[in-house]
Ligand binder design. Structure first.
Ligand SMILES: [Zn+2]
Length: 366
């Protein structure tokens, strides 16, 4: 993972010292991160699912078709700069002298890129910023065109060409993101933002299906899932339970996971279907080798819509699904009636932190 400081040091090496050494530094950094320099920079601040930035925006790369559709309304000059790595003449861009408070978004896909609070006068003739609003929103890659070695910057989501980043900016980053006005659309504070400019509107679902390490791991890998947290749910809410207390069965809690998801990417129906593929909902108070009430199957819903959908799903599965030959024991309750307690830190992202993956089977689709 590359911190902005490491990134800066690499950039300094490229521009100031030995080019072979700089490429070596990038290669090492990339090897460590098991990704290209661009990926390692963008991935450094992302959440569980790398398609989402820390600020909650969906940054999954748009398809070429979608990019072409968005580009339909661009002027020929904007198209030359944004899609064909062009550069506008210095001191000509409409945002160079803009001093208003607000955020500069990608003109093509509207992802927020730079804040007015990081804009500074560089004297170069192009809008200059010392940091992006979210490091994952701006990607970089080495550009060797025009006989120079430069670091190109692009919009992570739509790959729009923005400009270049140089190691001669002000503190605290020491970087200068030199951006074409043509690549940006400015929204002043208080302006109504288009949907594509906003963070993802997430929903939450809860599932208990045996050991939460495995259920958490499997939901975390599902596209559209932003965050998964292990916890305890469905028991005595009079005091915060510990893992040791839950293990005795005395508190009545199930090992449960909270799933924050992007309903525009993965539906609740798909989460339900996945749930019945990653555990066996007919085992009562056990899941494979794990025996006890804390390993029971349960769904805790966060809305009337979820409750209705989960109920219909369980009934349909009992009638003709994979598990129809046995009695489905999945408990269905409203999450508002039972508190979710986050489990101790050492249980969170267990497989991601400790290596390995859940050994339980993933059942095929119906
Ligand atoms: Zn974009």
């Amino acid at each position: 993972m590359l911190s902005p400081r490491t990134f800066r040091n690499i950039a300094l090496a490229i521009f100031g010292l030995s080019i072979p050494l700089a490429f070596y530094a990038i290669m090492i950094a990339a090897t460590n991160a098991n990704a290209s320099p661009r990926d390692s920079y963008t991935m450094s601040k992302t959440s569980t699912q790398s398609n989402y930035s820390q600020s909650g925006h969906n940054i999954a790369r748009l398809s070429d078709e979608k990019i072409q559709e968005l580009a339909k309304d661009l002027s020929p000059e904007d198209r030359r700069i944004i899609l064909n790595d062009g550069t506008e003449p210095p001191f000509c861009g409409n945002l160079l002298d803009n001093k208003k408070e607000g955020v500069y978004h990608c003109k093509l896909c509207k992802l927020p890129l730079f804040g007015s609070d990081s804009k500074f006068t560089s004297g170069t003739g192009w809008p200059s910023f010392f940091t992006p609003v979210d490091p994952a929103h701006v990607s970089t890659e080495v550009d060797t065109s025009h006989g120079m070695v430069r670091e190109e910057i692009t919009c992570t989501r739509c790959n729009a060409h923005l400009g270049h980043v140089f190691p001669d900016g002000p503190e605290p980053t020491g970087l200068r993101f030199c951006v074409n006005s043509a690549s940006l659309e400015f929204f002043e504070e208080g302006d109504t933002l288009p949907m594509a400019a906003l963070p993802t509107q997430t929903q939450t679902a809860y599932f208990a299906g045996g050991c939460f390490w495995g259920i958490e791991d499997r939901y975390a890998k599902l596209p559209g899932v932003l965050n998964v947290v292990s916890g305890y749910q469905g028991g005595d809410d009079s005091k915060t339970p510990t893992y040791q207390e839950v293990c005795t069965g005395a508190t009545g809690h199930a090992e449960s996971v909270r799933v924050d998801f992007d309903p525009s990417v993965v539906s609740y129906a798909e989460l339900l279907a996945w749930f019945f593929r990653i555990h066996d909902p007919t085992q009562g108070n056990r899941q494979g080798p794990d025996v006890g009430t804390q390993y029971r199957s349960a769904i805790y819903t966060t809305s009337d819509e979820q409750y209705t959908e989960a109920k219909a799903f369980i009934e349909a599965q009992q009638k003709e699904g994979r598990w129809s030959k046995r009695t489905i024991t999945t408990e269905l309750r409203r999450a508002e009636d039972t508190k979710f307690y986050e489990a101790e830190e050492y249980h969170q992202d267990y497989y991601a932190k400790n290596g390995g993956t859940c050994a339980a089977p993933i059942y095929p689709e119906d």
